[in-house]
Write a protein that binds this ligand. Sequence first.
Ligand SMILES: Cc1cc2nc3c(=O)[nH]c(=O)nc-3n(C[C@H](O)[C@H](O)[C@H](O)COP(=O)(O)OP(=O)(O)OC[C@H]3O[C@@H](n4cnc5c(N)ncnc54)[C@H](O)[C@@H]3O)c2cc1C
Length: 441
Amino acid sequence: MARRHLIIGGGTAGMNAMRTIREEETERSTITLVSAEKPYSRMVLPYYLDRSIAESHVFTATARVLADWGVTTHLGKRATALDTKTNVCTLDDGTAVEYDDCLIATGSSAVRAPVPGADGPGVHSFWTLEQARGVLAQIRPGSHVVMVGAGFIAFTILNSILSLGAKLTIVEVAPRILPRMIDDTGAALVQTWLEKNGVAVRTGAKLTRIDEVKGRRRLKMAAGGDLVADVVIMATGIRTNLAWLNGSEVKINQGVVVDDHLRSSVPNVYAAGDVAEGRDLISQTNAVHAIEPTAQEHGRIVGANMAGKDVRYRGSLIINIVEVCHLDVASFGAWDDAKAETMSGVKADRPAYRKLLWRGDRLTGAIILGPSTDIWTTNDVGMLKGLVQSGVSLGAWKAHLKKNPFDIKPAFIATKTTSTLLPETILGRPSKAPGESPVAV
Ligand SMILES: Cc1cc2nc3c(=O)[nH]c(=O)nc-3n(C[C@H](O)[C@H](O)[C@H](O)COP(=O)(O)OP(=O)(O)OC[C@H]3O[C@@H](n4cnc5c(N)ncnc54)[C@H](O)[C@@H]3O)c2cc1C
């Protein structure tokens, strides 16, 4: 069994892996953590931005917790090379860390649209705590914020920007908002809702450059109609942090290619979270899922396997859930599968929308939106996720849902989906209390 574990990256995947190693190991091992940043949760940064939580609440483990776990730390340092023949990881200060097995959990970084001025003052990304601090320092009540990019991450911070009293314009190069999360029908409903709530939206709008004009930013648009902003946020995508592995033996495609134990092409090197290209639950093919639940599950599976257990991963489900101006918007699984049988229902006046995607009598994907104030929206978000995740056979309920796509609950209850899902845990056993050092991961 590996005695010396090296964890590279202290985000969600790395933290879950370390905690699970300590829970699962039969003999005490050594754990070394190398992380460019202190452990914190990126997912809670929107709540830091709207000041509903203090900065101290974004961290997932203090130095004391890591010491209690017996973890040796190299925080604020980057891994720069991995020699898988000698089992040595080199850090940016020249330190060499030896390991018996290691976990690559270096996550992703924000990427800005490649236009002149994108790196200028007043132009921000929103991915790290440091970037969040930068945005928070600049937004004032009445500021005009232009968000470039209308994807999932942009939508996670939209409410926070509005709650700071800013005026918001969203610019998206694709013909619709949320292009990788919902379809045309859903996107049109969300756009109308945002506009009713005072958010200006421009789709099919190509930004060509950003200039500084008297302390403000002028965004030049290809089709004219330039915008002037106090703050520009580039939510234009992310890239996996893998460049430091160039020259290593580890096989990389879109991410580090891993098997059903989350092992890479090098047997004592694992990968988890945003950097891993692991199994998708629905298609059972490999994909990168840069979402929190995947990072958590990967971390748990990897931790157990590093501790000497033999745990297979069933695959991760795409889960996208956001709430904007009190409208819940979600999609699950293969929501854009062009070959699936689909059924849908729209109530444009509420607005409410359900789209169900089928393979046989099983739901393989879904899109849902509706006002958060409608209790059935929130319930249906959970139930649709459960139906897609469990892959339960819906039998005659398929015909019912075809006629009544808004009537999810009877099908969910009749198929006993709750009792299918309830005993399911990622490691096949109930969670253990983390002991005297509670940690939020
Ligand atoms: C604003 C925001 C909101 C989000 N909201 C949601 C949401 O609502 N739902 C959802 O599912 N997901 C959400 N996400 C995405 C989610 O946060 C990520 O999928 C998750 O953090 C991935 O975890 P990870 O451990 O793989 O990587 P990360 O959490 O990114 O951790 C990677 C760690 O590796 C470190 N690192 C990087 N390179 C190196 C190196 N060379 N050497 C050493 N250390 C290195 C980094 O500093 C970091 O500590 C959100 C993200 C953001 C930014």
